[in-house]
Design a binder for this molecule. Structure first.
Ligand code: FAD
Length: 280
């Protein structure tokens, strides 16, 4: 199955040596599933620049195809060119190009560059050196004025040269399939890979979802709330639900799955197992 569908795994850059060692172990365990690539998030405003860069460059040098997430943040064009050149020199061949969010406290100093502009910037200066991923929002980006406008902006990212998209996580498969249909109708025929978030901790998930505009359906909230502090039940419910979601997505034509691992092995590995994906 891994030969047919594209599997990728997302990490965040740990701040400590212990976290980095854990991440290296996670990477090695997940390598057995032959992912198309790993990706490493980036704090808009450059807060994780060195960490993200060091992980991405190290992993690529060890032969693990690893993409940095990238956004302009407060950086100048020159600083961005230097960073992207460093990535190219370290054999990085894929970038997740984002606008990012304004970090709190950065006020007017922050130069918000839309993702389509970043895609155009990379294409202008680096041609086809990178496969460019962009973000897509089946439940629509929280700042978008309308559904159709958000799709037009996604189209703008593809028109500027993006190759494929990874979605924000969602738990309602209909939202994804409707979105893909609407994208097709708008002339977007590139892969839109669902981003999948395992459920391990309800309080964190609820807080994060409210901020990024991902909906936790009411019936799911009610079930999860009822589990209270019973983390085992939350995890068991989450695994069943997200396994079914992944299966439904793949059975109905999703081109692959991008796992938001949250730097944890067990939930992602259990989902892979439930999907019949075994390590090579
Ligand atoms: P854009 O595509 O630029 O869109 C942002 C908003 O502006 C949307 O509402 C859109 O409708 C509108 N818009 C788009 N283009 C234009 C335009 N040209 N003119 C006017 N309006 C426009 N955040 C991080 O901080 N670090 C990460 O590593 C990170 N990784 C992510 C990975 C994925 C797969 C996803 C889905 C999200 C990720 N995010 C990350 C979150 C992301 O940074 C936020 O959702 C951010 O608010 C939008 O980024 P974007 O690239 O989608 O923006």
């Amino acid at each position: 199955m891994t030969d047919d569908i594209r599997i990728s795994f997302e990490f965040f850059p740990p701040k400590t040596e212990k976290g980095r060692n854990n991440l290296n172990n996670l990477r090695d365990a997940l390598a057995a599933y032959k992912p198309e690539f790993y990706s490493v998030t980036y704090g808009a405003g450059g807060s994780t620049r060195d960490n993200t860069k060091s992980i991405v460059c190290d992993y690529n040098q060890l032969g693990h195809n690893t993409a940095p997430h990238l956004s302009f943040g407060g950086d100048s064009e020159e600083a961005m060119l230097d960073l992207i050149r460093e990535y190219r020199d370290a054999n990085v061949n894929r970038i997740v190009a984002l606008r990012g969010d304004r970090p709190s406290g950065m006020g007017g100093a922050y130069n918000m560059v839309y993702a389509n502009e970043l895609v155009a910037f990379i294409r202008e200066h680096f041609g086809k050196d990178f496969h460019l991923e962009v973000a897509a929002y089946p439940e629509i980006h929280p700042e978008a004025k309308s559904y159709s406008e958000d799709i037009q902006y996604l189209k703008g990212k593809f028109d500027a040269g993006a190759d494929s998209a990874i979605t924000q996580y969602f738990y309602n498969p209909d939202a994804y399939f409707y979105f893909v249909d609407q994208c097709l109708a708008a002339g977007i025929d590139k892969p839109i890979v669902p981003g999948i978030m395992p459920i391990t901790n309800y309080a964190n998930l609820a807080r994060f979802s409210d901020g990024c505009g991902a909906e936790i359906p009411r019936w799911m909230r009610k079930r999860l709330e009822a589990f209270g502090d019973d983390t085992d039940s939350i995890k068991a419910f989450g695994i069943d639900l997200v396994s079914d979601l992944c299966e439904m997505l793949l059975d109905n034509g999703a081109p692959g799955i991008h796992f938001y691992t949250m730097n944890q092995l067990e939930p992602t590995q259990t989902l892979l197992k439930n999907l019949g994906l075994e390590p090579a």
